[in-house]
Design a protein around this ligand. Structure first.
Ligand code: IMP
Length: 312
């Protein structure tokens, strides 16, 4: 039996710092295949998080959105096309049925990133999907894949051709995978393990990130970028409407894509249910939420005396 840690189990020890101003901290990350993020924050491919509004606005703030795949190929590519050539955007695809058509349409509509988006990424179907999409798109398009929970999984996906890999299984705020299946690894432990890899693929810390402090911990453990669901679902740029609770609180719906609710909506039936449908407080403008996170990250790096994510 092994013991693994996650975000709430650790604190970073403050270090000597010669950073005079937080503006000296540079958060830019070279993400591979020409994908440059001035802010290494990626929005989750979920139908209550990432559609055109999120993609356009997060892209302008320096991050990246992965437009979800719980729609028709035409709907997804129309969202991408509506952004013009204006911002960096990615598209999620699965590993069965329409995934090749979806990839083709997304590339034609202008994406630079294809994300092979499945719950258990260390899987032969992901290997086949990475290889066939790579054959289709050549070397210029960034392929993101996942999710994995182990170093072996990370290395295999990298060897199969993934440029970046979503790391963490079972740690998402709306996730019930660990309860339903008994599988998972504490989120930060997965990042620490994957950071041991000698492959070039980038590490995306995905799920379970609740605040800017967790983002700094993920970077310190070796992540190149973070993927956020619940932190962005409550903003003005996520899909869905704001509703008021009986106590007068403003909230927005946020649901796992493997929740019964979501499955019923996107495929008309429920198989294994590994997520819940919930809601999050309405947090206001995306730009304000991102600026607040960015301030916390910059401050966090300066507590460690680091001028960049890599230095941290
Ligand atoms: P959060 O930022 O903690 O809310 O986690 C978001 C992440 O949860 C996503 O990026 C996915 O990796 C993961 N996720 C999304 N839907 C589900 C689900 O239904 N079950 C388990 N994990 C999910």
């Amino acid at each position: 039996m092994k013991t693994g840690i996650t975000y709430d189990d650790v604190l970073l020890v403050p270090q000597y710092s010669d950073i005079i101003s937080r503006t000296e901290v540079n958060l830019a990350t070279e993400f591979g295949k020409g994908v440059e993020l001035s802010l290494p924050i990626i929005s989750s491919p979920m139908d209550t998080v990432s559609e055109a509004d999120m993609a356009g606005n997060l892209g302008e703030l320096g991050g990246l959105s992965i437009i979800h795949r719980y729609n028709t190929v035409e709907e997804q590519s129309a969202m991408i096309a509506s952004l013009g050539k204006k911002v960096l955007v990615g598209a999620a695809v699965g590993v069965l049925d329409d995934y090749m058509d979806r990839s083709r349409a997304a590339i034609e509509a202008g994406v630079k990133v294809i994300c092979i988006d499945v719950a258990h990424g260390h899987h032969i179907l992901v290997k086949r999907a990475i290889q066939s999409i790579r054959e289709l798109v050549g070397d210029d398009i960034h392929i993101m894949a996942g999710n994995v929970a182990t170093l072996e999984g990370f290395n295999d996906l990298a060897d199969w051709g993934a440029d970046s890999i979503r790391c963490n299984i079972g740690g998402g705020s709306i996730c019930t995978t660990r309860i339903q299946t008994g599988h998972g690894v504490p989120g930060l432990e997965t990042i620490l393990q994957c950071a041991q890899s000698d492959r070039d693929a980038k590490i995306i810390a995905d799920g379970g990130i609740k605040n800017s402090g967790d983002i700094v911990k993920a970077f310190a453990a070796g992540a190149d970028a973070v993927m956020l669901g619940s932190l962005l679902a409550g903003t003005d740029c996520s899909p869905g409407t704001i509703f008021k609770t009986e106590t007068g609180e403003l909230r927005k719906t946020y649901r796992g894509m493997a929740s019964a609710d979501a499955q019923r909506d996107w495929r008309g039936r429920v198989s294994s249910c590994e997520g819940i449908s919930s809601s999050v407080p309405y947090r206001g403008k995306l730009a304000d939420v991102i600026k607040e996170l960015e301030r916390g990250i910059r401050s966090g790096l300066s507590y460690s005396g680091a001028r960049s994510v890599r230095e941290l």
